[in-house]
Design a protein around this ligand. Structure first.
Ligand code: ZN
Length: 390
């Protein structure tokens, strides 16, 4: 059954002090200014760095990021999602606020059938500079939906980390013979499901595996944050497995802390239309991860008009993906149109930035070079590329 969970509308956004431009087509590699292709706009302008972090150097060990900042890392796993969120840390354990939680949304693909190995790429990134060393606690793991480019790499995370809570939309995915994937460890989803069901952390406690998100399910990622599950479905809607995706919106509790993030998984137009109807301008969010890797199926103009994103992150690799390339040119046109209409100066960030075009890159090499890192205290946002994991 469908389910929609209450959502606190946000009042508005602060202006971020950046002059930004929309990059339509990238042909370059990450650098201070990126020459874009034959589009009518020429350059990406990076956001201003947070004081004391020289983001423009493309080298910032996590130790240099002030611990009180929220970090959102869109890890370059090729075409697939893997997002690491690290909540701010006030250094006081157990006060329920700024607890330094680790959250993983999706794990990228599983390295088969011409896809990059998402866990290899993600774990290499997380291991660098001790960002999240092997054996750390993952407080929440979220599978947006049971496609292999999201579920595939989560198995590695469960093997190598202590996972306390696991959320899964609970769709009983089947193969072409109508056999349930969750019983088949040779499927990407089955391997994840079996590992999630058996995950033990700490002194032998079973992980809390939530298979199917109950109505009014609440997430507590610290008192400074609001986490709203805007959508999740156990059943396929509009003929798309993508539409079972858990859709999350992350924002700050305190008045005046208006930076926010929207993580729609691979949800498509059908879900976007429902959210528009339910929430309207309450969808307004600073940083939008484009649904379904920038596919034509998602990120409609109507959705963009409500979300009004200042930044859009596209998680893609330069690989043929189910017969199409992502992102789709139509999506860039929509972003450009809405950015112009509403004077948003939307910036686009892509995990395929350094992938060579137009030639397809060797499998695996499309991942790992263009992670996108956003850091924020709730009031000011800094966002930039982390090139080659450093
Ligand atoms: Zn996907």
């Amino acid at each position: 059954m469908l389910k929609r969970i209450s959502f606190k509308a946000v009042s508005g956004l602060i202006a971020i002090g950046v002059i930004s431009f929309l990059c339509l087509i990238n042909e370059g590699i990450a650098s201070e200014n990126i020459e874009c292709g034959a589009g009518n706009v020429s350059k990406i302008k990076y956001a201003d760095p947070v004081e004391d972090i020289d983001l423009h150097q493309n080298a910032f060990p996590i130790a240099k990021i002030p611990e009180e900042l929220l970090q959102v890392h869109f890890i370059d796993v090729g075409t697939g999602d893997s997002i690491w969120i690290h909540t701010g840390d006030d250094g006081i354990d157990g006060n329920g606020r700024m607890e330094g939680y680790n959250i993983i949304i999706d794990g990228g693909s599983w390295g088969l059938f011409g896809r990059a190995n998402g866990y290899d790429a993600a774990s290499e990134y997380l291991g660098k500079s001790d960002r999240m060393p092997i054996g750390s606690t993952i407080d929440w793991m979220i599978l947006s939906h049971p496609h292999s480019d999201h579920a595939g790499g989560l198995y590695g995370f469960i093997q190598d980390y202590d996972v306390r809570n696991i959320l899964d939309p609970g769709h009983d995915k089947t193969n072409d013979e109508e056999e349930s994937d969750r019983l088949r460890t040779w499927s990407a989803y089955g391997r994840f499901f079996q590992a999630a069901s058996a995950e033990v952390f700490g002194e032998g406690q079973m992980a809390n595996f939530v298979w199917g998100i109950p109505d009014n399910f609440m997430l507590d990622w610290g008192a400074e944050l609001d986490v709203d599950i805007l959508w999740s479905s156990r059943e396929i809607v509009d003929n798309g497995l993508n539409n079972v995706s858990i859709v999350l919106r992350l924002s700050f509790t305190d008045a005046g802390n208006d930076i926010s993030f929207l993580f729609p998984g691979d949800a498509e137009r059908h879900v976007e239309d429902i959210l528009i109807k339910e929430l309207g301008s309450g969808l307004r969010t600073t940083v939008l991860k484009a649904g379904n890797h920038g596919s034509n199926s998602s990120t409609t103009e109507a959705f963009l008009q409500q979300v009004r994103p200042q930044h859009i992150v596209i998680t893609a690799g330069n690989q043929n993906f189910s017969g199409t390339m992502r992102p789709s040119p139509e999506v860039f046109t929509r972003i450009q149109n809405v950015s112009n209409q509403l004077n948003l100066n939307t910036q686009v960030w892509r995990t395929d930035l350094g992938d060579k075009t137009p030639t397809l890159v060797p499998v695996g090499s499309e991942s790992g070079d263009d992670t996108i890192l956003a850091t924020t205290d709730g009031k000011t946002l800094s966002i930039n590329y982390v090139v080659n994991g450093r």
